[in-house]
Structures are given as C-alpha cells and as structure tokens.
Design a binder for this molecule. Structure first.
Ligand code: ADP
Ligand code: MG
Length: 246
C-alpha cells in the first residue's frame, strides 16, 4: 500500500442529516489518514459520530461532503454496484450485536462472504476452517450462533469479517456486549491480527479497548478533537494511557 501512502484516507468528510433547525452534523469536516498496518481507536461519548465515521470509511454510508479514499481509489463517488462489491471484498465489518446469520453454523457464517465474493465452495470451506482455528473455535464450527457464548459469537464475526482478507477491518463497539473475559479474548485477537499486518479501526467508548491501539483519535460533535499516538504494548503492561512526545 506504500504506493498510495495511507491505505485509508478521508478529506473534509461530513455526514449531515436533516436540515434547518433539525440539521444534525453526525460527522463534520474530518481529515484522517490511516497508514497500512495501523490499529486506530476512535473514541468519544455516545452520539459524537464514531459509528457514522466508520460507516463512511467502509462505504456503508456516503458522505454529504468530502472524499473517502481506499487503497488509492476514491470510493464515495462509486456506483452502488461498485460500492457493494468493494464492501464485500475490501472491507471487513464487526458490529456490537454480532449480526451472524442465525440459521447458519459458525463455519457457514464465515464461508458466506467468500462464496459471495465468487470463490468456490472448496476455497470457502478451507478459509473458514483456517479462520475458525485462528480464533480458537475449530471445535465449534458446526454450532449455530445460539449455541455459542457472546464472546464466541463475536470471534466468529471477526473470522467472517476477515474471510476475504480485507484491506481494513472496521469494528464498531466490538466489545460492547461482552463481559471482561470475552473482551480480553477479542482484544487478544485484534492484537494478533495487527501483529500479522492487518489494518484495523475500532470505535469504542471503552478506554481499556482504546489503549490497546497504536493511535487514538477522539471525537466531539462530529469532529476530531485529539489525535494521539500510543505505545500499545507499554499501555497494556502499565494499565494506563501513555502519551508520546510529537
Ligand atoms: P456514536 O456512534 O458516536 O454514538 P453516531 O455516529 O451513531 O454516534 O451518531 C452521531 C450523531 O448523528 C447522533 O446525534 C445521531 O443521533 C445522529 N445520527 C446518526 N444517524 C442518523 C440518521 N440516520 N438520521 C438522523 N440522525 C442520525
Ligand atoms: Mg456508535
């Protein structure tokens, strides 16, 4: 991705809803560049625009204004069809509420995006098996979502999000429904992915989650108000937020 510099970049990006006295500036003039391999945490109070920013980064929503670039391609002006294809192949999403398909087993949930991307059932099965192994759920492959704990469901959702080897993995409050043991499992998994070179963006209002990132941006009222590099390993060891000199 060096050819393009940042794998993901937004310039002057805004998402407004309504108008006049009902105008809501969910995201308001954000500039942000994300180098390949970085793990970025987006924090801030409820309603500050974290989810909207993630949706804009991954092409789930289109900006009212500004530009979104993924791997050197401007994605905010793509056709619906091209955008859907890009979401399937180049972006992985993880949500607070897991959003697994209830009728499909863990393995089938992971296979689905591979099949939708046009790969063969054999490739899909092989990838799902490898990913479930990686998230520590090889022995749960045939289980349905309701037979799994919340933490296990979220690990299946992460395996699914990784199924097409996305350029960027976007996670929106991924630990919001999890107890602390399951939260730690998910954080360990993110840190393994990051160590393997995966670019990640995690929206969270949980500081324990935020400090595991390489970099922390804070939002207020749709705007970025702070951008801080973190020493993730040290922060984890010391249990605090470490600020580096610029
Ligand atoms: P966060 O994820 O930080 O809680 P959101 O991105 O969900 O914040 O929301 C940011 C602001 O935009 C909030 O005030 C929210 O109510 C508003 N908002 C989000 N989506 C819509 C929408 N579809 N229509 C109107 N307002 C919205
Ligand atoms: Mg949100």
């Amino acid at each position: 991705m060096n050819r393009y510099g940042d794998v993901l970049r937004v310039r002057g990006v805004s998402k407004h809803h309504g108008q006049g006295e009902y105008l809501v500036r969910a995201v308001d003039g954000v500039d942000l560049g994300l180098p390949a391999g970085q793990m970025l945490a987006v924090t801030g109070p409820s309603g500050c625009g974290k989810s909207t920013l993630l949706h804009l980064l991954g092409g789930l929503e289109r900006p009212t204004d500004g530009e979104v670039w993924l791997a050197g391609e401007r994605i905010d002006s793509l056709s619906e069809r091209a955008l859907a294809r890009l979401r399937r192949r180049s972006v992985g999403f993880v949500f607070q509420a897991f959003h697994l398909v209830d009728e499909l087993s863990a393995a089938e949930n992971v296979e689905l995006p591979v099949l939708l991307a046009g790969r063969s059932p054999r490739v899909a099965r092989r990838r799902a098996a490898a990913l479930l192994e990686q998230v520590g759920l090889a022995d749960r492959a045939r289980h349905l979502p309701w037979e799994l704990s919340g933490g296990q469901r979220q690990r299946v959702a992460i395996a699914r999000a990784m199924a097409n080897e996305p350029l960027v993995l976007l996670a929106d409050e991924p630990t919001g429904n999890l107890d602390s043991a399951a939260t730690n499992d998910v954080l360990r998994l993110f840190s393994d992915l990051r160590a393997a070179g995966q670019t990640l963006v995690i929206a969270t209002h949980d500081e324990r989650v935020a400090v595991t990132a390489d970099r922390l941006v804070s939002m207020r009222d749709g705007m970025l108000v702070d951008d801080t590099p973190l020493m993730a390993g040290a922060a984890g060891r010391l249990g605090g937020l470490i600020r580096l000199e610029d």
